[in-house]
Write a protein that binds this ligand. Structure first.
Ligand SMILES: [Zn+2]
Length: 380
C-alpha cells in the first residue's frame, strides 16, 4: 500500500469513527445482556431484539459462545451480526429509521453416511482413525446409553457401525445429526442394535429391530460420555471398583466429567457431606434412589425434578476421596444395592399398528448395516 493511500485511508477511518465490537455470549447470559455489553443503549437494544425476533430468531436457542459483532459509526449502530454456529448467522442492518434482520445460511451440504469404528485403545481413537470427528463417539454413546456403559463396557476389538446424518461445510464434517440406526458388537455387552423412528406425534425415539423400546427406566452409566477439558477425555481408562464393602461403584475419571441422572426423579439432597464431599441424591420410581459423590460442582438443587440425562454436576475429588473419581451408589427401599445387578425394565414398545411403518422406515438403514456386516466378513 502506498504511503499516500494509507494516509488517505487513515483519515477516512478516523473521520467516520467506525468502531467494531466483538463479544461472546457468556455462560447463563441473555442476548439482551450481551447486546448491552457491546455498548448498545436500552432503546437500540430493544430495537435489535425486535428485529431478530421478526426474522425468526429463537432466543431460547441462544448458547454460551454465540458470537456478536457490532459495528458503530459514532454512537449509532450500523450493523450487527449474530453467529450461532458455523452455519447459522443473523445480520441486522439499518432500514430507514429502524433496523431489519435477515437470517443468513452458510453453504452447507447434508448427507447420510455409514460410520464404522473398531476399538483398539479407545472409542475416541477409533473415531479419529476412521476419519471422523470424536464427537461421533459422544453421539453414539448417547444412542446406546441404556445398554452400554462407555466407561466400563468398552473392550479392545469392539465394533460399532452407524448410519449417521452429517452436516458438511466445504467438504468437512461440521456436526453430526441424527443417528438413524446403529449397531454395537462388543465382547462384554454382546450385540445391540437401535433404530431411530419418528412417531405420529412427531416425537422420536430409539427402538430395537422387533419394535421394543431401546429406552430403559435407568441408564447404564452415571457418567455422560464426553470430552473432558483436562485433555484426557475418554482416552483415560477408568479404574472401576465394583460394588463391595463401600456400597457403590467407583469410576476413576478426570475432574469435570459430566455426571447425569440415570433416571427421572426428584433431587433429595444436593450439598456438602463430610465423607461424600459435594453430593447429590435423586429419588426415582420403584423406591430406588441414586447418589453421586465427590463432585467438583453441583448443578441442581434439593427438591428439583430432573429428567433422565439431566447433568447433576461434574465429577471431582471432594470429601473423603483419594483421587479424582465418581462414587455411584444405589438404594432400593432404603438399603444399598449393587447397581450392576439391577435389571431395569424397558419403556413401552411400539404399538402393533405402527410396526408396518416402522419396518418400512428402518429397511434401508438395516440394509446399510447388514451390507457393512457382510463386507466386513468378506474382507480378509
Ligand atoms: Zn467409592
Amino acid at each position: 500500500m502506498s504511503a499516500v493511500f494509507a494516509a488517505v485511508l487513515a483519515v477516512a477511518l478516523s473521520s467516520s469513527s467506525v468502531t467494531v465490537k466483538n463479544r461472546r455470549l457468556e455462560r447463563d447470559e441473555t442476548v439482551g445482556k450481551a447486546l448491552t455489553r457491546t455498548g448498545l443503549d436500552d432503546a437500540a437494544n430493544t430495537q435489535v431484539q425486535a428485529a431478530l425476533k421478526a426474522a425468526g430468531f429463537d432466543f431460547k436457542k441462544a448458547r454460551t459462545g454465540d458470537q456478536l459483532r457490532a459495528v458503530f459509526e459514532g454512537e449509532g449502530l450500523v450493523s450487527l451480526d449474530y453467529r450461532r454456529s458455523l452455519l447459522t448467522e443473523w445480520a441486522v442492518s439499518r432500514d430507514g429509521a429502524g433496523l431489519r434482520a435477515v437470517k443468513r445460511d452458510v453453504a452447507r451440504t447434508e448427507r447420510t453416511d455409514l460410520v464404522e469404528l473398531t476399538v483398539e485403545s479407545s472409542v475416541w481413537d477409533a473415531a479419529l482413525k476412521a476419519g471422523e470427528k470424536p464427537d461421533v463417539a459422544i453421539t453414539l454413546a448417547d444412542v446406546f446409553a441404556w445398554d452400554v456403559d462407555f466407561y466400563r463396557d468398552v473392550q479392545k476389538g469392539d465394533r460399532m457401525r452407524a448410519v449417521v446424518e452429517k452436516v458438511l461445510h466445504k467438504g468437512r464434517v461440521i456436526e453430526y445429526g441424527r443417528v438413524l440406526g446403529a449397531e454395537y458388537v462388543g465382547s462384554s455387552v454382546g450385540t445391540k442394535r437401535s433404530f431411530h423412528f419418528v412417531l405420529p406425534d412427531s416425537s422420536s425415539s430409539y427402538f430395537l429391530e422387533d419394535g421394543s423400546s431401546a429406552r430403559k427406566t435407568f441408564l447404564k452409566s452415571p457418567l455422560k460420555f464426553a470430552q473432558v477439558t483436562s485433555g484426557f477425555g475418554p482416552r483415560f481408562h477408568p479404574i472401576i471398583n465394583q460394588f463391595g464393602a463401600h456400597n457403590g461403584i467407583d469410576y476413576g475419571t478426570p475432574v469435570g466429567t459430566p455426571v447425569w441422572a440415570v433416571a427421572d426423579g426428584a433431587v433429595t439432597r444436593a450439598g456438602w457431606d463430610a465423607g461424600g464431599g459435594n453430593m447429590v441424591c435423586v429419588k426415582h420410581v420403584l423406591s430406588l434412589e441414586t447418589c453421586y459423590l465427590h463432585l467438583s460442582k453441583i448443578h441442581v438443587k434439593a427438591g428439583q425434578k430432573v429428567a433422565q440425562k439431566t447433568i447433576l454436576g461434574d465429577s471431582g475429588n471432594t470429601g473423603l476421596s483419594t483421587g479424582p473419581h465418581l462414587h455411584f451408589g444405589m438404594k432400593r427401599g432404603g438399603h444399598w444395592v449393587n447397581p450392576l445387578s439391577q435389571n431395569m425394565p424397558r419403556a413401552d414398545p411400539l404399538p402393533a399398528a405402527l410396526l408396518p411403518s416402522f419396518r418400512e422406515a428402518i429397511a434401508p438403514v438395516l440394509a446399510q448395516l447388514d451390507g457393512a456386516a457382510s463386507n466386513a466378513a468378506a474382507s480378509p
